[in-house]
Ligand binder design. Structure first.
Ligand SMILES: *[C@@H]1O[C@H](CO)[C@@H](O)[C@H](O)[C@H]1NC(C)=O
Ligand SMILES: *[C@@H]1O[C@H](CO)[C@@H](O)[C@H](O)[C@H]1NC(C)=O
Ligand SMILES: *[C@@H]1O[C@H](CO)[C@@H](O)[C@H](O)[C@H]1NC(C)=O
Ligand SMILES: *[C@@H]1O[C@H](CO)[C@@H](O)[C@H](O)[C@H]1NC(C)=O
Ligand SMILES: CC(=O)N[C@H]1CO[C@H](CO)[C@@H](O)[C@@H]1O
Length: 441
């Protein structure tokens, strides 16, 4: 007995003497951080991951509800660590998109995105609503760790699962973009793979900046999330349940739950007064119609026609001091902005509140949209309500888009199925572009 444990002790001490570098190499980050830039021409939110061997920067459009990372492998993909995922592997069977998965063959020379017996699934460009097949693949991905206040050392995930597809799927994406980074509720999404690799909290947060010249930020892992001047914005979060849509909106995947993030919007109020709405539109039915989701690929909030009319009607009534002017697409209601004064939280206009249940469902909390999130300065002298009419029978009647998310911190807690929302950081003396991206000296 005694000699055995002595032996064990010896082995342990030999190991610790012999491999002093392993502790260095196995540094485990508590969180990762990525800058998120807004592209001024497409209004997409972009992040750059480093991938492949040797590592190259890969610019990607963020897709909050996307199931995985997909990239164009047809043009200049070269990597010594690339490997296709075999179609009869556990990874293939766990990957999303079951009815459209098949085993792909490659009739030309083998290269990334073209190999035999490879797990093929459907990749979706959610900006132009276009799908095509893609080969499930693995390669190393690298990102910066963080203690919540600064970027730290880079860490890498070998064998990060992504899918390899064709150049034409990049249509409609911002210039220089090579794919889309899916942050959705799927085991293959970026947040899921990062938290599984580094065993940190299954949480991530986005803080989008309206400006194309100063980046916002995405955090993978839990807070603190520090913004200059030394404010932990994770303290401002209040939580509402995330709900699941049983039906994926990728064509043909009926029966599998959606990876998108839905919340239980109860009421919309304008200037504190609830707007009459057809409440059955706010509930997700068996076919996946109805409800409220959050989207980073829709630049503005999109409302089903009857909801749109009710909200716009109440808003316009509340803004009677500003003459209405001819609408400018994609908006339906625009105003002479010379008659609208400004406040710390943007133009002084009626506030729009979204009422949401709190996590214990006993209380209702609200998500306040002040002028800076509701109004868009379209040109000199003209400001429009930044909400778009989504037509009569959209799949999802309320889609909260990018403009309405800007300068709010949103934290997605996948383990508790909760969404944390902060009030506008402008009311907290900071902004989403105040993360200090200068590495520690
Ligand atoms: C894939 O298999 C086909 C037929 O079995 C063969 O002709 C082709 O050369 C193979 N492709 C690669 C890249 O190995
Ligand atoms: C692959 O790339 C080549 C040029 O590099 C292009 O001509 C071709 O159309 C691309 N194919 C697809 C399917 O995107
Ligand atoms: C409310 O919406 C549901 C679902 O679209 C529809 O079937 C119903 O007719 C609507 N009710 C009213 C009063 O418009
Ligand atoms: C808009 O502002 C102008 C100039 O300040 C003023 O003359 C006009 O009455 C205002 N319009 C409304 C509808 O209040
Ligand atoms: C109807 C449908 O698409 N069902 C699929 C949902 O996903 C599981 C697991 O990937 C598949 O086994 C089902 O076939």
């Amino acid at each position: 007995m005694a000699s055995k444990s002595f032996l064990l002790l010896m082995v342990c001490s030999i190991l610790s003497v012999t491999f002093p570098l392993t502790s260095q190499a196995s540094f485990r980050p508590k969180a990762l951080v990525l800058p998120v830039a807004k592209d001024s021409s497409t209004l997409q939110y972009l992040a750059t991951l480093h991938q492949r061997t040797p590592l190259v920067p890969v610019k990607l459009t963020l897709d909050l509800g996307g199931e995985f990372l997909w990239v164009d492998c047809n043009q200049s993909f070269s990597s010594s660590t690339y490997s296709p995922v075999h179609c009869r592997s556990a990874q293939c069977s766990q990957a999303p998109g079951a009815p459209h998965k098949f085993c792909s063959t490659c009739l030309s020379r083998a290269r990334p995105g073209c190999s035999n017996n490879t797990c093929s699934l459907i990749a979706k460009n959610t900006v132009i609503q276009f799908v095509t097949n893609a080969d499930l693949s693995r390669d190393v991905v690298s990102a910066k760790s963080t203690d919540g206040s600064r970027p730290g050392r880079a860490v890498s995930v070998p064998g990060f699962v992504f899918s390899c597809t064709y150049t034409f799927l990049l249509e409609g994406l911002a210039s220089g973009v090579k794919g889309m980074a899916g942050l959705g509720r799927a085991g293959t999404s970026l947040p899921s793979q990062f938290s599984a690799s580094f065993r940190f909290a299954r949480k991530f947060a986005i803080c989008l900046s309206p400006s194309s010249s100063s980046s916002g930020v995405a955090f993978f892992g839990d807070g603190p999330y520090m913004m200059r001047p030394g404010i932990d914005v994770s303290k401002f979060l209040y939580y509402t349940p995330l709900v699941t849509n049983p039906v994926n909106s990728v064509p043909g995947q009926v029966g599998n739950r959606s990876a998108e993030y839905y919340i239980e919007l109860k009421t919309i109020a304008v200037n504190g007064k609830p707007v009459p709405l057809n409440s059955s539109l706010l509930v997700i039915d068996k076919e996946g119609y109805g409800g409220t989701k959050i989207s980073t690929v829709d630049p503005y909030t999109v409302l089903e026609t009857s909801i749109y009319k009710a909200v716009v009607g109440a808003f316009t009534k509340g803004l009677s001091q500003a003459p209405r002017v001819a609408p400018i697409k994609p908006f339906g209601e625009c105003f002479d902005s010379r008659n609208i004064s400004s406040t710390r939280a943007g133009p002084a206009v009626p506030r729009i509140d979204l009422f949401l249940p709190s996590m214990d469902r006993k209380r209702v909390s609200y998500w306040m949209m002040s002028g800076v999130n509701s109004m868009v300065q379209v040109k000199e002298g003209v400001m429009c309500l930044g909400i778009v009419d989504g037509g009569l029978k959209p799949v999802t009647p309320v889609v909260i888009g990018g403009h309405q998310l800007e300068n709010h911190l949103l934290q997605f807690d996948l383990a508790s199925s909760a969404l944390g929302i902060s009030s506008s950081l402008l009311l907290r003396q900071t902004t989403c572009s105040n993360f200090n991206f200068n590495p520690k000296a």
